[in-house]
Design a protein around this ligand. Structure first.
Ligand code: DAH
Length: 332
């Protein structure tokens, strides 16, 4: 059998590109390749023979190389031809539904509040969560000595720059009044932060601030707006009560509590939960932003979003809102 015939069989039998490359080495390897050795032997024959033998060897070399290359192409083509069956997607396969998320009840509540207040003519504003001491406290008539500034309650960000994670949404009253001319009505929803944590307190929670300023805006207007909004946002039959309350930026100040409905353990039944702080904007606050308190007056309020949802859905522990448990979230 000639060398050519022998390799014709071997190359045809090679089934992987690695096997083909191994044959290439066997033939043309620099040191011990079969063809390489034969080329080397040419040096020992006569010039006449070297010419004819050399030509023969060259023809053989070109043939073998092109057979090796052709076999490589065949192997690659065979791999491509069955890729369709190997990589096919079975579009009829019935996979279990992947878990998707769910709209968060806090988010939905805020949307709804923007709609309810929007119908009563309230603009929607947004404010920064990192606030300066100036807006978070000073301009709101909260003195240096007020316990609200206590390190126990407030996340101070830097003692030099005097910035805080806002402890309430009330600084937006100031920012809004600085950039708008009365009369106006606005609400501002967002996250607020305090060093507090138990079933009814969380270090981060949500508030909706409201502000209405005009020549004749009264406490009666405030109660009407609050009661309308709460009936729509919590429950038309919710029981509520008004109490006086102290906040440095309003005078008089009020608080509103909502009543828990009955529960099995009877632990909350009939008890009250504070959900709103509000009142008539203090003249010092109006003065701080250059609004003439002889001409204008109005009210401000701060809603506790989680707490309203707790009453609306009878949720005993506010921390349920932050655990991201779909079994909880899907109930809304
Ligand atoms: N900012 C107060 C708080 O976080 C709530 C509040 C009370 C807001 C009275 C008001 C208000 O606008 O008038 O406790």
């Amino acid at each position: 059998m000639t060398l050519f015939d022998q390799y014709l069989g071997k190359i045809a039998a090679a089934s992987t590109s690695e096997a083909v490359e191994a044959l290439r080495q066997e033939l043309f390897g620099r040191k011990a390749g079969v063809m390489t050795m034969m080329m080397k032997e040419l040096g020992a024959v006569s010039a006449e023979q070297r010419k004819t033998k050399g030509q023969e060897l060259n023809v053989l070399k070109v043939k073998l190389e092109s057979m090796l290359d052709a076999r490589l192409r065949e192997i690659a083509a065979a791999q491509m031809s069955d890729i369709a069956s190997r990589d096919a997607l079975d579009l009829t396969l019935d996979l279990p539904m992947a878990d998707s998320g769910h709209k968060h009840p806090i988010h939905e509540y805020i949307r709804k509040a923007e709609e309810v207040f929007g119908r009563m003519g309230f603009d929607t504003a947004l404010g920064p969560e990192i606030e300066t001491e100036h807006y978070n406290f000073n301009q709101l008539n909260i003195p240096e000595t007020h316990p609200a500034r206590d390190l126990q309650d407030t996340f101070w960000i830097s003692s030099r720059g005097r910035t805080v994670l806002r402890t309430h949404t009330s600084p937006m009253q100031i920012r809004y009044m600085e950039t708008h001319t009365p009369p106006f009505r606005m609400i501002c929803a967002g996250k607020v932060y305090r060093k507090d944590s138990d079933a009814t307190h969380s270090p981060m929670f949500h508030q909706i601030e409201g502000l209405m300023i005009g020549p004749t805006v009264s406490l009666a207007n405030m109660k009407a707006v609050m009661e309308t909004a709460i009936k729509e946002l919590v429950d038309p039959n919710v029981e509520f009560r008004w109490r006086t309350g102290y906040f440095p930026f309003v005078e008089p100040g009020l608080e509103m509590d909502l009543r828990w409905r009955g529960d099995e353990s009877k632990s909350r039944e009939g008890r009250w939960l504070e959900v709103v702080g509000c009142g008539m904007v203090h003249p010092n606050v109006l003065k701080n932003v250059g609004i003439d308190s002889e001409k204008y007056q109005g009210f401000a309020f701060g809603f506790g979003v989680e707490r309203m949802l707790m009453i609306r859905h009878q949720i005993p522990d506010l921390r349920s809102f932050y655990q991201g448990d779909l079994r909880f979230l899907r109930q809304f």
